[in-house]
Design a binder for this molecule. Structure first.
Ligand code: 13P
Ligand code: SF4
Length: 314
């Protein structure tokens, strides 16, 4: 199966991108595994003809927005993101009509249609930098209320908060963290900014998924409690074979991120199945918001090679 995928990737002049939460066998085959920011940057820079995206639908849509002349394949069309579904373009338009004019900062975990209504996008690696880069003192962040609250507590800007959330991160409880800390008293607790503020308050650092991998590599600590989707344990352990990683809760599993199998990848490449194409009237305005984020991130140095901005540092 692996050899077949490798030769199909060559035949299609395709690049395979995988999010850090994807199953190990998918990550092992990918040309690049990363967090949302790294994958967006790669999707904007590749000269491959086909982008095979192993992640969820908003990620493949973002790749199509950034590379409209390339074919983007999502091997499972039903791999979605419940948080992204918590805001539609109609709902956002209605909300904006109620508010005075202000910038819209949209988390990449959103549809292309919502991005098209936005001033600028952000990821968990650059949210604070993006918000602070704006001239305006007041803005709205969609759709993740936890990312917005965690950003609001670290800036003097007034942030209007959309009431969306990631069910996987939102359900992590203080009790889960207390138990994990009791079992591993010397471990550093790393939490994802999609977790609620009361979890971030209990954390030593709040980082994107790739930020956690780099942090663990650079840290002198040998053990870590991981407050994000459990798929991240695989790349964490791979990059740090001598260190120890413990999930903050075994319930933190995103079923959408586990849908793509090697068989799906073969089928998608063989029959060019699962194409994701964003219509031009949405692609153009969405591109402005995503490209603005990428340009600013690279300017600020929170791109591929560095840690990413921390919402909470040690
Ligand atoms: P990052 O990898 O950008 O931290 O995103 C986490 C996530 O929930 C993606 O769905
Ligand atoms: Fe969406 Fe959360 Fe799954 Fe990421 S982990 S795809 S934010 S539901």
């Amino acid at each position: 199966m692996r050899n077949k995928i490798k030769s199909l990737l060559k035949k299609r002049k395709a690049i395979m991108l995988a999010h850090n939460y994807q199953p190990p066998e998918i990550q092992d085959l990918a040309d690049l595994c990363g967090d949302s920011l790294e994958l967006s940057i790669k999707a904007s820079q590749t000269d491959a003809e086909v982008i095979l995206f192993c992640g969820v639908s908003f990620m493949a849509e973002t790749a199509s927005v950034l590379s409209p002349h390339k074919t983007v394949l999502l091997p499972r069309k039903d791999a979605g993101c419940p948080m992204a579904d918590m805001v539609t373009s109609e709902e956002l338009k209605a909300k904006l009509a109620e508010l005075p004019p202000m910038p819209v900062v949209t988390y990449v975990n959103s549809s292309a249609a919502v991005k098209a209504l936005s001033t600028i996008c952000c990821t968990s690696a650059n949210a604070l930098d993006i918000v602070n880069s704006l001239d305006e003192k007041e803005l709205i962040m969609v759709p993740d209320r936890n990312l917005a609250l965690n950003t609001a507590s670290r800036t003097d800007k007034k942030i209007h908060i959309w009431d969306g959330y990631c069910p996987i991160h939102n359900d992590l409880t203080p009790e889960d963290v207390i138990i994990a800390k009791r079992e591993h008293p010397d471990a550093v607790f790393m939490a994802h900014p999609e977790c609620p503020p009361y979890i971030i308050d209990m954390a030593d650092v709040a980082l994107s998924t790739s930020g956690m991998i780099r942090y663990a590599m650079e840290s002198k600590s040998r053990s870590f409690i991981v407050g994000t989707e459990i798929g991240l344990l695989y790349p964490l352990q791979k990059a740090n074979p001598d260190k120890f990683f413990y999930p903050a809760s075994l319930n933190m599993e995103c079923s959408d991120m586990k849908k793509i199998t090697l068989e799906d990848v073969v089928r998608s490449l063989e029959f060019m199945e699962g194409e994701v194409k964003v219509p031009e009237d949405i692609q153009r305005p969405a591109l402005k918001a995503v490209q603005r984020m990428i340009d600013l991130s690279q300017q600020l140095g929170s791109g591929l090679k560095v840690q990413g901005s921390r919402l909470k540092g040690d």
